[in-house]
Design a protein around this ligand. Structure first.
Ligand code: NAD
Length: 507
């Protein structure tokens, strides 16, 4: 047997944490057991922070912000460059830790760390490109401009399924924008967060003059998240997770007029049009629906197939579903790893029962016994006559609902007729259809793709969705503006005082 698989996962995780220089005391002897979804084995015991400890971390982060905002942005970029270097050096270990703690395949674990490296590179460039506009003014001898300033402490709340990348999308930008960061990772994936913190601390040690507490992790469940959200010292909360979490967080932030950047649940669709390249489409659909065991916010969950293709394409898809190997994500032949836990498994089975009750024809979806207490399932394909209630809600598991459509208007209406507007795709070689799909009368999602699936975004674009996903945008394009405050400045360099709109006030 391969040595990797003969070693208990706890031992493997402890070895990785040691190599990543995470202090042993932070992941042993604590009050919260961390389980690997691969076997259910306990791989760490972390400490939850008390409300007082969270408040102290926020205070320190606020102090750090007061210093950090004065450091020139390109110099702040240097710290993020050093972080990117640490991530490059630790990619294999951190990627494997993601696999052990979140159950992603090795290639996906590595991909997640690569995404962190990419956003660091992006943020380094951004640190020399933070700019505002100069605007024509109606008054003589005046100049009007906008300037962008650091905001304060940025609170980051993240979900289990992107245990490290989501922090980096936020932190890399927040740091070059002059902010400090307090991170509340998912209680299901605290070890990878501790490892990232160790890498950040190493970058800080090389940088030499970063203030203490510039970026910290606070461990615990929703109570710790709530403490972060309630703090008046945190002007922006970027929260990634379920819509239920967003519904709780949003009003608290609104009540204290704080900013929110919400990245919540999706229910993503793809349309397969008559002219689609079906080989390309099959791969695109299979990866988007089954990759990460259906546990991506952008996972493909609804498929609308033109009636002229339906029977043949669904037949091919069923074969692809039957052939995909489910199992230990450390083995490269397995493309589908475990669900995160039993609650997730139960939720999937409930959704399949609801689909059957609504007339759905289910193939797959059953449990696959792999190891210990890991919850592995065969991805499910469910043929539905209509987009009923179960199809319209997000079930965070590998279920793909397949429906037929007759014309593009109907398909676009179905794509949009759900509360979530995160990601979407059309597979077509018809230029008119493609352009219509990405136009104002097409998909209503934050992400609308042509001839690629809805999952797997690059960091260069702004990432996020409309409606229930919460409207937040992270990563590239102009997302950095969410992490800064804008000031409009009008400067009078003349000797008179003309008032705007010609108003007279002579004393
Ligand atoms: P979750 O909502 O259970 O937890 C997410 C985080 O929120 C955790 O850190 C949790 O402790 C915290 N939290 C929960 N309630 C809170 C509250 N009231 N106040 C403050 N913090 C609170 O989500 P999960 O199960 O970890 O992740 C899966 C969900 O995340 C799915 O719905 C998925 O679509 C979504 N997600 C969205 C995106 C996106 O970018 N749109 C990305 C990844 C995951």
């Amino acid at each position: 047997m391969n040595a990797l698989f003969s070693m208990p996962i706890a031992e493997e995780a402890a070895g990785l944490l040691k190599r990543l220089e995470v202090p042993v005391a932070s992941f042993s002897g604590g009050n919260r057991a961390v389980r690997s979804p691969i076997t259910g084995e306990v791989i760490g015991e972390v400490h939850d922070q008390t409300a007082d400890e969270v408040a102290a971390v926020i205070d320190l982060a606020h102090q750090a912000f007061l210093t950090w905002r004065k450091v020139p942005a390109p110099r702040r970029g240097e710290l993020v460059r050093l972080l990117g270097e640490e991530l490059r050096g630790a990619k294999a270990d951190l990627g494997m830790l993601v696999t052990l703690e979140a159950g992603k395949t090795i290639s996906e674990g590595l991909g997640e760390v690569q995404e962190m490296i990419d956003i660091c590179d992006y943020a380094v460039g951004l640190s020399r490109q933070i700019f505002g506009l100069t605007i024509a003014t109606e008054r003589a001898d005046h100049r009007m401009m906008e300037t962008w300033h650091p905001l304060g402490v940025v609170g980051v709340i993240s979900a289990f399924n992107f245990p490290v990348a989501v922090w980096s999308w936020n932190a890399a930008l927040a740091l070059v924008c002059g902010n400090s960061v307090v991170w509340k990772p998912s209680e299901k994936t605290p070890l990878t967060a501790l490892a990232v913190q160790a890498l950040f601390d190493r970058a800080v040690a090389k940088f030499a003059d970063a203030p203490a507490g510039l970026s910290s992790v606070v461990g615990g469940d929703r109570q710790v998240g709530e403490a972060l959200v309630a703090s008046n010292k945190v002007p922006l909360i970027s929260a990634t997770g379920s819509t239920a979490m967003g519904r709780a967080v949003g009003p608290v932030l609104a009540a204290r007029f704080a900013r929110s950047l919400l990245e919540l649940g999706g229910n993503n669709a793809a349309i397969i049009a008559p002219s689609a390249d079906l080989d390309l489409t099959l791969r695109g659909v299979a990866f988007a629906a089954m990759g990460t065991a259906g546990q991506r916010c952008t996972t493909l969950r609804r498929l609308f197939v033109h009636e002229s293709l339906y029977d043949g394409f669904v037949e091919r898809l069923k074969k692809a579903y039957a052939s995909v190997s489910v199992g230990d994500p450390r083995k490269s032949e397995n493309l589908v790893g475990p669900l995160i836990d039993k609650a997730s498994f139960d939720g999937m089975q409930r959704a399949l029962d609801d689909a059957r009750a609504a007339g759905g024809k289910v193939s797959g979806g059953g449990e696959v016994h792999v190891a210990g207490e890991g919850y592995y399932v065969r991805p499910a394909l469910v043929e539905m006559e209509a987009q009923v209630a179960v199809v319209r809600r997000e079930t965070f598991a590998p279920i793909l609902y397949v429906m037929r459509y007759r014309d593009l208007d109907e398909a676009i209406a179905l794509n949009n007729d759900v509360p979530q507007g995160l990601s979407s795709s059309i597979f077509t070689n018809d230029m008119r259809e493609a352009e219509r799909f990405v136009s104002a009368t097409g998909s209503d999602c934050g992400i609308a793709n042509v001839n690629i699936g809805p999952s797997g975004a690059e960091i260069g674009g702004a990432f996020g969705g409309e409606k229930e996903p919460g409207g937040g945008r992270e990563a590239g394009s102009d997302s950095w503006r969410a992490y800064m405050r804008r000031a409009t400045n009008t400067v009078n360099y003349g000797a008179t005082l003309p008032l705007a709109q010609g108003v007279k006030f002579d004393i």
